[in-house]
Each structure stands twice: as C-alpha cells, then as structure tokens.
Write a new protein. Structure first.
Length: 74
C-alpha cells in the first residue's frame, strides 16, 4: 500500500492550479493563480504566487496587481 500523502502546501497548490490554470492562456500557473480574484475562496489568502509577489511572509497586493496587468486581467 502506498502511504505517501501530499503536504498541505502541495494540496493547496494542486487545488488552486486545478481550479484556475489554463495552459493556453498567458502566464505561468503561479501567475494565473496569483491573478485570481475570487476573494470568497477559503484558499485565497494562502494561494501560491510567484516569489516576486511575496513581501514579509504574505502576499503583496501591488505585486499581484502588476501580474494581473501583465496577464491582461487588471
């Protein structure tokens, strides 16, 4: 029996990627997830984002806004 399990971070990453990532759209999966606007999602504040979108251990709104603009979602 295989007892390997995903870590919490791996599970969150997989859920967010499965929810919003479109390989035919612009940007990496992390950029697309960072650009997510679903503030009602329970994972919104812990969603994976590119390193340049983090500041002080949290998600930097200005950096995320720049990613949204880059992807044409801003």
């Amino acid at each position: 029996m295989n007892t390997s399990r995903l870590s919490l971070r791996e599970a969150v990453n997989a859920k967010c990627k499965g929810c919003i990532y479109d390989p035919l759209s612009a940007g990496t999966w992390r950029e697309q997830v960072a650009a997510c606007c679903n503030g009602g999602c329970p994972l919104f504040d812990v969603r994976p984002v590119p390193r340049e979108c983090t500041r002080g251990g949290g998600i930097c709104r200005m950096s995320v806004a720049a990613v949204r603009s880059k992807l044409g979602n801003g």
